[in-house]
Write a protein that binds this ligand. Structure first.
Ligand code: COA
Length: 433
């Protein structure tokens, strides 16, 4: 311990001292969401505004807590690359200050390693343990690949970061410099479940057998789905993102992971986002392990589980069953994330099902989320060949194995009643009904 402590003192610098090491024409990469570095990139952005620093590229995913680095005045000095947008990056993507690289989440480590090739990796980590290890905490995701790829590794030690088990550690001997930057982690507040989401949750529960392994996406509907699973037995979790509702499923005994074919007894994820209560639950909890996304989201790994059920959402679906989850027309909103990884994984699983669950309308009932054709400019995230179940508050449409005419009918049946007549008219016009 004394050796690692001494090494820690030797490598310890201020945030500004580390930021000073970054030169023009450098590619830097940060982990996803709650593990992103904050102090160092913000200090580089400060420098870039005052000094003659140009062409720094910052790679991030679902950036949440950084602010200054998105300043439009940094264009040309400090620009961005991402594969998954957040509220922070959406405007930068539209303004062409952030390049967007479309990629399945399980392939993003390869994109960083083989195409983008970052020189610097910086990340928020937990305090060091007595053996010299920092936990990569709630954003393991692409970290191990970036540690291997980058020439310099800088870590921001944050006392708020939980120590999480799995392939989730970096040793001090691998780190080039350390700074301390203690700020609360980003939180996803738990929203009350709406009556509509409750109905959708109940339809989803009917599709989930006992002993299933589940993946839940982000948002109100996956939370409602979790809340409707309390009558189930022996569920397992293998998911991209560990969320607050999973704590309740574990603590109530519904999830015990005993029937999983791999990682028996453990809940597996690649990142985690929730509240402080969840981060406290994850701290040193040997029942939850985080692994790199190229493993967790690999469809072959997902497919090793029997009865794998994936539950995700989308922005719009057309009557062919094409699913858009990334854009609002031409406007970028998020990214494919792990949606297709899990849809393909569930398709490989014995007894597996993938579910896309949506409220039938958006914007207070003004817009149908089921349309004859996708809005112009929309990106097809999940193709009609892969889509399986669609669920709305009006029921369940099983699309896999159905003809184009049968799909159109099944989708119209679960669209909002106010739009069904128009949908029938449009479907006839485009000759699919
Ligand atoms: N037309 C117009 N606006 C629409 C719309 C539509 N068809 N569908 C949604 N919107 C608007 C909503 O009104 C909302 O606007 P607001 O922010 O002004 O209120 C916004 O788009 C977001 O919609 P919402 O339904 O609240 O989104 P969500 O938080 O449930 O997320 C996805 C839905 C599809 C964006 C999200 O699930 C996603 O990014 N999926 C891709 C990644 C993925 O599935 N990963 C899986 C593993 S986590």
């Amino acid at each position: 311990m004394i050796k690692w402590r001494k090494m820690y003192e030797e490598k310890l610098l201020s945030v500004e001292e580390i930021a000073k090491k970054i030169k023009s024409n450098t590619v830097c990469a940060s982990p996803i969401a709650g593990s992103e570095a904050i102090g160092i990139p913000e200090a580089i952005a400060d420098r870039a505004l005052k000094e003659n620093l140009i062409n720094i590229k910052h790679c991030s995913l679902l950036s949440m807590k950084t602010k200054k680095i998105w300043n439009p005045e940094l264009d040309g000095k400090f620009n961005h690359i991402t594969c998954f947008a957040s509220a922070n990056s959406r405007k930068a993507i539209w303004d062409k200050r952030c390049e967007f690289i479309p990629s399945f989440y399980h392939e993003i480590p390869k994109v960083w390693e083989e195409t983008v090739k970052p020189d610097i990796f910086y990340a928020t980590v937990s305090p060091m343990d007595e053996h010299g290890y920092f936990s990569l905490g709630i954003g393991v995701s692409t970290c191990q690949t970036l540690i291997k790829t980058a020439q310099k590794i800088y870590v921001e030690v944050n006392n708020y970061m939980p120590r999480i088990h799995g392939d989730s550690f970096i040793h001090i001997s691998e780190v080039d410099a350390i700074c301390e930057f203690h700020i609360p982690l980003p939180e996803l507040p738990v929203e009350p479940i709406s009556d509509t989401d409750k109905i959708i949750g109940n339809y989803i529960a009917e599709l989930v057998p006992n002993e299933a392994t589940i993946q839940l996406g982000i948002g109100g509907i996956p939370n409602a789905a979790a809340a409707s699973l309390y009558a189930k037995k022996d569920l397992g979790i293998h998911t991209e993102m560990f969320t607050e509702c999973m704590v309740d499923l574990i603590e109530s005994g519904v999830v015990n992971n005993t029937k999983k074919n791999i990682h028996k007894g453990k809940s597996i994820a690649t990142l985690a986002l929730g509240t402080k209560r969840m981060y406290d639950f994850l701290n040193d909890n040997v029942g939850v392990e985080l692994y790199p996304v190229n493993y967790v989201n690999e469809p072959d790994v997902i497919g090793m589980h029997d009865n794998f059920i994936s539950i995700n959402s989308c922005i719009e679906i057309d009557l062919f069953g094409q699913v858009c989850s990334e854009t609002l027309g031409l406007r970028h909103f998020s990214g494919v994330g792990g949606q297709v990884d899990y849809i393909r994984g569930a398709a490989k699983s014995n007894g597996g099902k993938s579910i896309i669950a949506i409220q039938s309308t958006a914007k207070n009932g003004e817009i149908s989320k089921i349309n004859s054709l996708l809005t112009e400019g929309s990106i097809v995230t999940t193709t009609r060949n892969e889509v399986d179940y669609i669920v709305t508050e009006y029921g369940v449409a099983k699309l896999k194995g159905k003809s184009i005419r049968q799909r159109a009918k099944a989708l119209i049946d679960i669209a909002h009643p106010n739009f069904r007549e128009q949908l029938i008219f449009d479907a006839k016009k485009i000759n699919i009904l």
